[in-house]
Design a protein around this ligand. Structure first.
Ligand code: 5AD
Ligand code: SF4
Length: 467
């Protein structure tokens, strides 16, 4: 992500939350859970709906005419909402509970004063739903917590811009709302840069000698940029089309992108790995967990089988593609069996490289309010097992390169005199004795040895070539 990150959300002025609970103990319990979920977003309980920023009617369907009672309560709320709007401050009205479940969108049709309807199965999505209402009104989402340091940075490039390899932001923000993640709150809604802007930047980089560009975005494969001026009006461009277009720019030999979400995979992007030689055979596609139960609790919006299917299709398009990912262990509720499902998925995928993390409770995210938080010692033990397996896979992947000849983009002098350091198409670091004049060019290197973190090789002929 660009260094000029969006400013951190300042701690907000306190917001007032009024919840009216109808019916049974279950609803009383649910109302408390909703209050807990919303507290980190700056909401404090209010005794009355007057002047409240958020009003939730947690309804009950058990008695006759329950829905009618809700509609008449909404009628009473209408003037309060109008009065608040007149003072320049919106009131958000939500209907939750069994009436919401039973009547669904009908409520909003009959009572437009309602901003959102949320059924009992989806309370964990309340922060996400409220965020979309606020965005719909053009308001930013303010959160009480500091901008994420660690994971926000992890979502940012690991490598710094070097002379011949550059990062280009094409997309920012995220609408996915994985329940462990702060990015949708700190970085805001998903947004794509227009194609013309990206092209201009990549052309300028190519003119400065850049040979490789990595297209960046928190949800880069959700890219849907405004088409170039003069393009027949056929809607926005996806990432596959952008990649093919950038490949036409003279001087650009290699294209990569990161980070993608399984839900945003499309056939065109997969096909680009088969038919666009400048698109490097390396794909960072986080899955986070291998258990469908945990994926659901994470609000990942895909199953393990769907993820594996994408990997299979990518391998069909480009058999040598290196797969990379992100994993979280110890998400709330993760059992030993769930963790074993993660291990099984990793065994099936065979990652070339993969980041792995212990779940860390981020205030303000739905995951933080979930029951079944996993003990630190259990998380550490699972992480160690996972990392041992991932380490073996990375080592095996690197070892499989020995004896092969790979085109290496030399980027800088190596650690030892006379050595250069570069990258293979699979993003492996490659060290090789070579003249400094080859920096900024791509040359064939025969790989002679491999370790977990790097390859060492011999220059084939000293000639530079295209990828
Ligand atoms: N706990 C652990 N890992 C996290 N990530 C994001 N949020 C959390 C969290 N709360 C990891 C995910 C993501 C990567 C950038 O950081 O794996 O893909
Ligand atoms: Fe966070 Fe999920 Fe969006 Fe990635 S896709 S930035 S993990 S919310």
């Amino acid at each position: 992500m660009s260094e000029t990150q969006r400013a951190a959300a300042e701690p907000t002025a306190r917001k007032r939350l009024f919840i009216k609970t109808y019916g049974c103990q279950m609803n009383v319990y649910d109302s408390e859970r909703m209050r807990d979920l919303l507290t980190p977003l700056g909401y404090e309980p209010a005794d009355a709906p007057d002047g409240a920023d958020l009003v939730i009617l947690n309804t009950c369907h058990i008695r006759e005419k329950a829905a009618e009672k809700v509609y008449s309560e909404l009628g009473r709320l209408k003037p309060l909402k109008e009065a608040k709007a007149a003072s320049g401050d919106p009131m958000t009205i939500a209907v939750a509970g069994c009436v919401a479940q039973a009547e669904g969108a009908e409520i909003q049709r009959r009572a437009p004063v309602v901003d959102l309807v949320v059924g009992p199965q989806t309370y964990h999505k309340l922060p996400e739903l409220i965020a979309s209402v606020h965005r719909g009104r053009g308001e930013g989402l303010e959160t009480e917590f500091e901008v994420e340091e660690k994971f926000d940075r992890l979502a940012a490039p690991v490598r710094q811009v070097e002379g011949y390899s550059a990062f280009v932001t094409v997309q920012e923000g995220c609408d996915k709302f994985c329940s462990f993640c702060v990015v949708p709150y700190t970085r805001g809604a998903e947004w794509s840069r227009p194609v013309d802007q990206v092209v201009a930047e990549v052309r300028a980089l190519a003119a400065r000698g850049v040979r490789e560009v990595t297209l960046l975005g928190q949800n880069v494969n959700a890219y849907h940029g405004e088409p170039p001026a003069g393009d027949a009006a056929d809607g926005t461009w996806g990432l596959g089309r952008l990649v093919r277009h950038l490949a036409l720019i003279d001087g650009i030999e290699r294209i990569r992108f990161t980070t993608s979400h399984p839900k945003d995979m499309d056939d065109d992007l997969i096909a680009a790995f088969a038919d666009e030689p400048k698109l490097m055979p390396y794909f960072h596609l986080p899955v986070q967990a291998g258990s469908d139960r945990i994926l659901k609790a994470m609000n990942r919006k895909h199953t393990a089988a769907e993820y594996l299917d994408i990997i299979a299709r990518l391998r069909e398009a480009r058999p040598d593609i290196a797969i990379s990912g992100d994993m979280i262990v110890g998400f709330p509720g993760e059992t030993e069996a769930d963790f074993e499902a993660t291990m099984a998925l990793v065994r099936e995928v065979e990652y070339a490289s993969c980041f792995s993390f212990k779940y860390s409770r981020r205030p303000g995210t739905p995951g933080a309010a979930l029951p079944g938080q996993v003990d630190e010692a259990v998380k550490s033990e699972r992480l160690a097992r996972l990392q041992a397996l991932l380490g073996e896979q990375q080592e095996a992947f690197n070892a499989s390169m020995v004896g092969r000849t790979l085109p290496v983009l030399f980027e800088k002098p190596g650690r030892h005199a006379g050595q250069l350091s570069g990258r293979s198409p699979y993003l492996q670091a490659v060290h090789c004795e070579a003249p400094e004049a080859l920096i900024g060019t791509i040359a064939d290197v025969e790989i002679v040895s491999a370790s977990r973190n790097a390859l060492a090789g011999r220059l084939k002929d000293g000639e530079s070539r295209a990828a």
